[in-house]
Write a protein that binds this ligand. Structure first.
Ligand code: GLP
Length: 242
């Protein structure tokens, strides 16, 4: 594991964007796994800035997002789909047909088919070259929540109380937050050639410590990432030192 500790959020964001930009420059048809949440917002801002300076071309890049609430309409402002449109997809020259995210409006009964189709699409694209990951306070990645076991494929999950509490305030009415989500499983994440995990702030310190500790446990899904051959942990001092 390569560990990069930054002074602050700005430095982390700039560094994260540089790593993704380097991937896209070395492989203009790169397949990127993307994440939502507060942490990657700065990275997307710097990527858009580089694109506006003419330094980056996303015309042949494909993106696959980690997760989406269930049920939610893609046009709902709280959907991860809307988040991606706002922070990246609509601000660079990514082709609409190359931007992918699990469909949160399929309904529970069709969720399994949607998940299987999503995994097939990722496979058909040749797998993910670089997977950007945030980390939940409880160590979740995507929405692979702590539990007795984890799943390999994209699947529907019931969100934990910790995640409901962390993400609920982002909804105008926290009670409107869906209790379920679709998430890429550990399989596609582990199959990514490179994983870039970003964490900032004191409230991520315990989760980062869990990743750095020797133990590997499904009670802290991010701890499994220690087994990945090409993992970069990019964090700020607060997440690293507490
Ligand atoms: C959500 C997402 C995760 C994300 C995590 C941390 O639950 N499903 O993919 O990593 O939150 O979010 P934040 O960066 O806002 O702390």
């Amino acid at each position: 594991m390569q560990i990069i500790v930054c002074e602050n959020y700005e430095e982390l964001s700039r560094k994260g964007a540089e790593l993704i930009a380097a991937e896209v420059k070395s492989n203009p048809a790169a397949v990127l796994g993307l994440a939502t949440g507060n942490t990657p917002i700065g990275i997307y801002r710097y990527l858009v800035e580089s694109y506006n300076k003419g330094e980056l071309d996303f015309s042949n890049v494909k993106t696959y997002n980690l997760d989406e609430y269930l049920p939610i309409d893609p046009t709902d402002e709280n959907s991860y789909c809307a988040f991606m449109h706002y922070h990246l997809w609509d601000k660079v020259n990514l082709k609409a047909e190359n931007c992918h995210i699990p469909a949160g409006n399929v309904g529970m009964e069709k969720a399994a088919a949607e998940c299987a189709a999503y995994d097939k699409q990722i496979e058909a694209a040749g797998g993910i070259d670089l997977q950007l990951l945030g980390i939940g306070r409880n160590g979740h990645i995507g929405f692979n929540e702590p539990g007795d076991h984890l799943l390999a494929g994209t699947h529907a999950v019931e969100l934990t109380e910790s995640t409901m509490a962390a993400n609920g305030p982002l909804f105008e009415n926290p009670a409107d937050m869906p209790r379920h989500a679709l998430t890429m499983g550990m399989g596609a994440i582990f199959a990514a050639k490179k994983v870039l995990l970003v964490a900032n702030g004191k409230n991520k310190h315990d989760a980062v410590m869990g990743l750095l500790a020797d133990e590997i446990t499904t009670a802290l899904p991010a701890s499994l990432l220690k087994l990945h051959q090409n993992l970069i942990l990019l964090c700020d001092k607060e997440a690293y030192n507490g």
